[in-house]
Unconditional design. Structure first.
Length: 256
């Protein structure tokens, strides 16, 4: 294979169809205002099937499946049996309540930022496969490592998710490994973003926070070209050219 020259590489960096992926959060805002106007789910039939599989489980089986007990078990059981809760629908961006989502400064976004967010940001979900801003999700508890009714959720969703990303040339991965693993068959499209401390360590909380800040910066700046992604500085994390390659971008503290 002919080695790519700098002109071809720059051309590719400036001509992309881009998506940004993030993980869902286990914490959710049940007091969040339900949405009225929304886009349809990615595949409601498959999501409803998973919901019904979990709903059929006895409370003791639910405890084993999710490795939970006491108050958390009772709350999770209600998610799949309380009709008032089950009938509520929410916009995922306002409903998830984790560290990443706390960094999305929605109040500071103008109309163009919001349009960019709705077009580019994608949440990988074990319950819904794909969630876009504006879709109507319900409250749930489920991750890809769980096997409700013996269902392997990676296999359950992978074909649909890969087809969804078929037209994209570049996927900016700000998700955790649990979720981004499903994209392995198209890894040539994925640019993984890493955040390192000055000594080379990865601090889990700081990295999660930085992933959310990176997503917010991309929305605010309306990033369309990979070359501009390298210019972003997040909470003193600076792009490390020496450590990075075409598929892994490293941002590290302690660099000028």
């Amino acid at each position: 294979m002919r080695e790519q020259g700098p002109f071809l590489q720059l051309y590719q960096e400036r001509h992309i169809i881009l998506k940004i992926i993030i993980s869902p959060s286990k914490t959710q805002k049940l007091a969040c205002q339900p949405t009225l106007n929304s886009k349809p789910l990615f595949n409601e039939k498959k999501s409803q099937n998973l919901r019904q599989v979990i709903k059929k489980l006895k409370k003791e089986e639910l405890a084993i499946l999710f490795k939970i007990k006491d108050k958390l078990l009772e709350e999770t059981y209600k998610l799949y049996h309380d009709k008032a809760i089950m009938n509520q629908r929410y916009d995922p961006i306002g409903f998830y309540d984790g560290v990443v989502y706390e960094q999305l400064c929605l109040r500071n976004h103008n109309n163009k930022n919001r349009q960019y967010l709705e077009q580019k940001l994608v949440i990988l979900s074990a319950m819904f496969g794909i969630l876009e801003p504006g879709m109507s999700m319900w409250s749930y508890r489920l991750d890809f490592k769980t096997k409700p009714g013996g269902i392997n959720l990676y296999e359950y969703w992978q074909k649909d998710i890969l087809e969804y990303f078929n037209q994209e040339s570049t996927i900016i991965n700000l998700a955790s490994t649990e979720f981004s693993t499903i994209l392995k068959p198209i890894r040539e499209k994925v640019i993984n973003i890493h955040f390192l401390e000055a000594d080379g360590r990865v601090l889990s909380y700081q990295a999660k926070k930085a992933r959310g800040q990176m997503a917010d910066a991309m929305v605010e700046l309306e990033i369309e070209e990979i070359v501009d992604l390298k210019k972003i500085t997040i909470d003193d994390y600076v792009y490390n050219q020496e450590k990075s390659d075409d598929r892994n971008y490293y941002y590290q503290k302690g660099r000028k």
